[in-house]
Design a binder for this molecule. Sequence first.
Ligand SMILES: Cc1cc2nc3c(=O)[nH]c(=O)nc-3n(C[C@H](O)[C@H](O)[C@H](O)COP(=O)(O)OP(=O)(O)OC[C@H]3O[C@@H](n4cnc5c(N)ncnc54)[C@H](O)[C@@H]3O)c2cc1C
Ligand SMILES: NC(=O)c1ccc[n+]([C@@H]2O[C@H](COP(=O)([O-])OP(=O)(O)OC[C@H]3O[C@@H](n4cnc5c(N)ncnc54)[C@H](OP(=O)(O)O)[C@@H]3O)[C@@H](O)[C@H]2O)c1
Length: 380
Amino acid sequence: MSTISVYNRKNPFPATVLVNRKLNRQGSEKETRHYEFSLTGSGLHYEVGDSMGVFPRNDPKLVEEILHALHFSGEEPVTTKEGETFSLREGLTRYYQITQPSKQFLDALVQKSSGTNDLKELLHPDRKEDLEHYLWGLEVIDFLLDNPSVRFSPEEFAKTLRKLQPRLYSIGSSLKARPEQVDLVIATVRYESHGRMRAGVASAFLADRLPVGETVPMFVHVAKGFRLPEDPSVPIIMVGPGTGIAPFRAYLQERAAIGAPGKNWLFFGEQRSKCDFFYEEEFAQWHAKGVLTRFDTAFSRDQAHKIYVQHRMLEQAGELYRWLEGGAHFYVCGDAARMAKDVDVALHKIVAEQGGKNVEEAAAYVERLRKEKRYKQDVY
Ligand SMILES: Cc1cc2nc3c(=O)[nH]c(=O)nc-3n(C[C@H](O)[C@H](O)[C@H](O)COP(=O)(O)OP(=O)(O)OC[C@H]3O[C@@H](n4cnc5c(N)ncnc54)[C@H](O)[C@@H]3O)c2cc1C
Ligand SMILES: NC(=O)c1ccc[n+]([C@@H]2O[C@H](COP(=O)([O-])OP(=O)(O)OC[C@H]3O[C@@H](n4cnc5c(N)ncnc54)[C@H](OP(=O)(O)O)[C@@H]3O)[C@@H](O)[C@H]2O)c1
């Protein structure tokens, strides 16, 4: 019987880092990391398919730059909406979102500055899209450095900032295979914009400032809509390029641990087989043991033209349709903006071609998969 943990979003558990390892090898253009955290003593329980919420801390260098730009010492007290009081430095480090600027911050800046007419126009409610476009790659610090004469009081500045939100990460392990532990697979966000190197708040915090032995507050985010089929004999098809591999590693650990008889088919994609083939050995072992019934990879930059997971699906359209007809559940995890949409298009095409259906009939078939909770997405 499982006990209920006292830890949740409001009272996150300080999980200790056990492993923080880069998954890409030399020659890769990416930085995707494998993390393992200890949940020992937390009583936390998750199911495969769930995510973990992680509370990051902001980059201390950026905090100091902001304090300097505003002529603050950092010792000034600030009080949050919830009535908690701490120093501005502490607030900027762990309570406030200090990278992407809020509307309130931009409004305040416009009010205090004479040279921001363009920005003033962009803040008009009719110009939302233009504002979004303009803000892409700009952070609070850029506006402060560009407007050195603008002055805020510490409380006033803090009030313009949004609260720093936890980031969700798909769980990459099963408690049945890794008791009291959780694994995550996280792509570190790094990019250059307007002449500065930038980093994602949570992904870079975990990558750069959380060595083994340190703790980070986290909680379980339940995702009932992304569970394995209740019946372990039901076949599953998993499409998980990039970090989208995480929940499927968890599914396979779980199905291997319980000896589930259901067939498992995985599509994985990344840029280069030599340096971006995450968990290659683990998957090869599962394949050899028969846990992974079918395993298809799509390495987009191993050749001159792009090969993506949906191209592999289309190559095996007949077999994929037979699996669906045999009751398989179809799962997609990873990039929402492009990949999940293209995979959806491919799925419709496969159903139409293999099932001899017209566009409407294929759409109805896919819709039925969704309604029956056999087509599940965890995309971001
Ligand atoms: C249910 C769910 C599961 C998820 N699972 C995973 C997972 O398993 N692994 C994983 O890695 N992520 C996962 N994510 C995404 C994750 O939650 C974070 O969004 C991601 O790690 C980025 O957070 P960050 O704090 O590092 O970056 P942030 O500080 O939030 O920065 C990201 C922002 O930076 C800006 N930006 C990014 N690139 C550029 C650029 N090139 N130019 C200009 N601006 C740019 C954009 O405004 C973007 O929104 C998941 C999300 C959800 C909702
Ligand atoms: N906003 C963006 O433009 C953007 C772009 C990429 C990722 N992201 C985000 O970055 C995070 C991490 O990404 P990730 O490291 O997991 O992997 P990823 O960037 O999604 O890449 C994984 C693999 O998918 C390929 N890919 C690119 N477009 C695709 C498409 N339309 N259909 C199928 N496959 C496609 C990539 O190829 P190539 O790289 O060779 O094209 C790569 O081989 C996610 O949160 C994702 O949403 C955002």
